[in-house]
Write a protein that binds this ligand. Structure first.
Ligand code: UDX
Length: 451
């Protein structure tokens, strides 16, 4: 019966990029579509493969990616190498998979793929199934390609650090995403891929909200004349399911339950951070000396955290024991929704940003690479819910100061109020009649109209 029902559904193939911050929004959009009557095939790499048991209604089909087990230790240092290896290795196996699906008469209504898996666009052009792009970052990240292209044409590369990019204010040149190259050939190549991906698709989905960046998405609509759907934050609309690659440690929720209202700062710098012991130690000193409660996600692959904690001075160890809780990976959305959490020290990954403002939590913004500086700039200078923090600690006392700003000072209180206002707007956007709700309806109609 279930099989019969599934066979009658329109089939969609979704192709996520194999990184936590990309996998999550793709599986969320797939869940939204499944709950609206579509059948889902997840075509995925073996590298960082999703957990099928968390999505029993989807069919998971892996394709070869040519990566070794050692590559699974991913960091900001090897990310670009892994990404380009994946994209070179995957085109042929993905094409084979698609041909196989077509041969088995699995009529594919559409392929929805992550914009960074651009080989999917090339393969789809050869085999003809329609495609839709998912952009998992903010709209200014896409517009940044155009700004860099303009600067290239005007002979203004290399970039001049502090000055503002006029069409992308409040972004400065130095905030432009690091994954866009300023090397002439590479930039032109990236620009071609971006334009081809968007122009050859029947639409683009953004995990964003009109009240945050509707104007930016309008600019993209004017450039590309392709339907664009701002239906975020996806996590608020997707049926509850876990897309975490790492196991989440729920012990922290019991700990949060015992803490006072808004008393805890939640610290997590995402899934691709590379910790140096020195940085960890400065963070430990700062958190200890701030005198605040803290829940700290320490995803240190190259450091033995237990041994490192033991090596800390007694007073810092004592503060961690008495006022802190450390986990390797947390159930972040639950944590951010918790009433004991008063602020979020974040690396500004786009998912973390959306999850934070959806819960009305202000942030310490410590961007590291890629799109994170763009996101940090938006949070601190456009939305005014974040305090900017550079990753390079030069003096003891700096971390403590920024944590106290967030949790205790008037600037932190103002950010809290701004974040609460944003929370309200985001919640309106996803309820009936709201912009994201309507965008989701338009997107479903759009999908159903594909011949
Ligand atoms: C990566 C890039 O770093 C980021 O800049 C880009 O915007 C997306 O891809 P990542 O570092 O994983 O993302 O950060 P983010 O986008 O914030 O996604 C992390 C996801 O993992 C979030 O959905 C968050 O809820 C989840 N998470 C994080 C956990 O479930 N537990 C944790 O302890 C930390």
């Amino acid at each position: 019966m279930e099989k019969q029902r599934l066979e009658n559904r329109q089939r969609l193939v979704v192709v996520p990029a194999p990184f936590q911050g990309h996998l999550t929004p793709m599986l969320q959009i797939a869940s939204i579509l499944h709950s609206n009557g579509f059948s889902i095939i997840v075509a995925h790499t073996l590298f960082n493969s999703p957990n099928p048991s968390a999505h029993p209604h989807f069919l998971f089909i892996p394709f070869s990616d040519g990566l070794s087990h050692e590559d699974s230790i991913i960091s900001s240092y090897n990310l670009t190498t892994i990404a380009s290896a994946l994209y070179t290795n995957c085109a042929a196996p993905f094409k084979e998979l698609l041909l196989q699906l077509t041969e088995e008469a699995q009529n594919i209504a559409c392929i929805i793929y992550d914009g960074s898996m651009y080989f999917v666009g090339y393969v789809a052009q050869q085999l003809n199934p329609p495609t839709i792009l998912l952009r998992t970052t903010s709209a200014p990240n896409v517009l940044a390609y155009h700004s860099l292209h303009r600067l290239l044409m005007e002979g203004c590369l290399p970039l001049q650090g502090e000055s503002l990019v006029p069409e992308l204010e409040p972004l400065r040149h130095k905030d432009l995403p690091t994954f866009i190259s300023t090397n002439v050939d590479t930039l032109l190549n990236q620009m071609n891929r971006l334009q081809l991906g968007i122009k050859s698709s029947l639409g683009v989905i953004f995990n964003t909200v009109d009240c945050l960046e509707g104007q930016r998405v309008d600019e993209l609509r004017q450039i590309y004349h392709v339907p664009m759907f701002t239906m975020g934050p996806f996590h608020s609309m997707a049926p509850e399911s876990c897309s975490s690659i790492l196991e989440q440690d729920h012990s922290c929720i019991a700990w949060l339950n015992e803490q006072a209202l808004r008393s805890v700062v939640y610290v997590s710098l995402g899934s691709i951070i590379t910790w140096e012991e020195k940085e960890l130690t400065e963070m430990a000193y700062g958190l200890a000396n701030s005198n605040q409660k803290f829940l700290w996600v320490v995803l240190a692959r190259a450091i033995n955290v237990t041994e490192w904690v033991q090596s800390l001075p007694e007073d810092v160890k004592k503060a961690i024991e008495e006022r802190g809780w450390m986990v390797r990976w947390a159930p972040q959305k639950e944590v951010l929704a918790h009433k004991s959490v008063g602020g979020f020290w974040s690396h500004c990954g786009w998912n973390s940003m959306l999850e934070s403002v959806y819960e009305g939590k202000p942030m310490i913004c410590q961007p590291c690479f890629g799109d994170q500086r763009v996101n940090s700039r938006l949070a601190c200078h456009a939305w005014k819910v974040g305090v900017e923090w550079s990753s390079h600690v030069s003096e003891r006392g700096e971390v403590e100061k920024v944590v106290r700003t967030l949790m205790l000072e008037s600037q932190g209180m103002e950010m809290w109020q701004n974040a609460q206002r944003m929370k309200h707007k985001l919640r309106q956007a996803v309820t009936q009649g709201g912009s994201s709700y309507n965008a989701a309806i338009h997107f479903l109609d759009h999908l159903l109209s594909i011949p």
